[in-house]
Write a protein that binds this ligand. Structure first.
Ligand code: B12
Length: 245
C-alpha cells in the first residue's frame, strides 16, 4: 500500500481513537454510582447515613478479622464495579467514624466484614448486609449496586437470634412551619416485606406515637433531623426536614 493511501487512513484512525478517548472520559466518571449507605448497630447507634458515589475500590484485609472463623491474612484486594462493600470503603475514606474497615479474606467465595471503626463484631455479634431493606444473599463484594440503592450494614447482637426488622421513616423533605404534616413508620423484615409500625415515637419531634397504620403527625418550626428508634427493631433512616414559612 502506498503512503498516499495510508496517510488518510492513519489520520482517520487517529481521529477515531481521539474521539473514543474523549467519550471514555465521561463514561469512566459515569461508572460511579450514587447510592445510600447506612451503618447502624444493635444498640441503636447510627454511624453513617449518607448518599455516596462509588465504583471500583481496593480494600485491606487483616489477620485480625476473625469474626467469621477461618484464617484471614493481611493483604489487599481490588473489588471491581459498584458494590455494597465498595461503597462502605468509599465512605470510610471520607467519614472518620466508619474507618478503618476490618475485613476477612479467609473464604474463597468472598470477603467478610468484621468491623467498622470502633464497632467490631465480637462473640456472637455479626455484620448483616441488607440491600434495599432485604437481606442480601451474597457478601459485600458480591452485592452489586444500582443507582439510588440503599445499603445497610447492621451490627447484630447475636447470630443465634433472628435479625430484627428495619424501621423506615417516610417523611417529606420540606414542610411548612408549624403546619401539622403526616409521616409514616414502616418496618421491613429480612425478606424485604414491609408492614406499618404502631406505637413508634419519632425522635426530635413531639408527635404522638404512630397509629395502627403507622401514621402520626409532626409540627416543626426549624430544620429537624427525624429518626425512629424502637426496642426490637433496627433504627430507621434519618430524614432531614427543612422548614419553610
Ligand atoms: C452459618 C452461616 C453464617 C453465620 C456464620 C457464623 C456462625 N458462627 O455460624 C453468619 C450469621 C455470621 C453468616 C453471615 C453472613 N452470611 Co452466611 N452462611 C452461613 C451458612 C448457613 C453455614 C456456614 C457454615 O457454618 N459452614 C460450615 C463450616 C464448617 O464451614 P466454614 O467455611 O468454616 O463456614 C464459615 C463461613 O461460611 C463463614 N461465613 C458464613 N457466612 C459468610 C458470608 C461471607 C460473605 C463470608 C466471607 C463468610 C461467611 O462463617 C462460617 C462459620 O465460621 C452458609 C450456607 C452454607 N450452607 O454454607 C451461609 C453463607 C456462607 N452465608 C452467606 C451470606 C450471604 C452471608 C451474609 C452476607 C448474609 C447477610 N445478608 O448479611 C453474612 C456475612 C456478612 C459479612 N459480615 O460480611 C452466603 C454466601 C454467598 C456468597 N457466595 O457470597 C451463604 C453461602 C448462604 C447463601 N446465601 O447461600 N452466615
Amino acid at each position: 500500500m502506498s503512503h498516499r493511501i495510508l496517510a488518510p487512513a492513519l489520520n482517520l484512525a487517529l481521529g477515531l481513537s481521539l474521539l473514543l478517548a474523549l467519550l471514555a472520559g465521561p463514561a469512566a466518571a459515569a461508572s460511579k454510582v450514587p447510592a445510600t449507605v447506612r451503618v447502624v448497630t444493635w444498640e441503636g447507634k447510627v454511624l453513617l447515613d449518607k448518599a455516596v458515589k462509588s465504583g471500583s475500590v481496593t480494600v485491606k484485609t487483616s489477620e485480625q478479622a476473625d469474626c467469621l472463623g477461618g484464617s484471614p491474612t493481611n493483604g489487599r484486594q481490588s473489588i471491581p464495579g459498584t458494590t455494597a462493600l465498595g461503597i462502605l470503603q468509599q465512605a470510610s475514606k471520607k467519614y472518620e467514624q466508619v474507618r478503618p474497615l476490618l475485613l476477612s479474606n479467609a473464604f474463597d467465595f468472598g470477603l467478610g466484614l468484621c468491623g467498622v471503626g470502633d464497632a467490631v463484631a465480637g462473640g456472637e455479634q455479626w455484620w448483616v448486609l441488607k440491600l434495599n431493606h432485604a437481606d442480601s444473599t451474597a457478601g459485600g463484594e458480591g452485592t452489586v449496586l444500582k443507582k439510588n440503592d440503599v445499603v445497610l450494614w447492621y451490627l447484630a447482637e447475636s447470630y443465634l437470634q433472628p435479625t430484627p426488622s428495619e424501621l423506615y421513616l417516610k417523611a417529606p423533605a420540606k414542610v411548612k412551619r408549624q403546619k401539622s404534616t403526616r409521616v409514616r413508620v414502616l418496618a421491613f423484615d429480612s425478606a424485604g416485606k414491609k408492614k406499618p409500625v404502631e406505637g413508634a415515637s419519632i425522635r426530635n419531634s413531639n408527635a404522638e406515637p404512630t397509629n395502627a397504620n403507622g401514621y402520626t403527625r409532626v409540627k416543626l418550626n426549624r430544620k429537624t433531623k427525624l429518626i425512629v428508634r424502637k426496642s426490637g427493631f433496627i433504627t430507621s433512616n434519618r430524614v432531614v426536614v427543612k422548614v419553610k414559612k
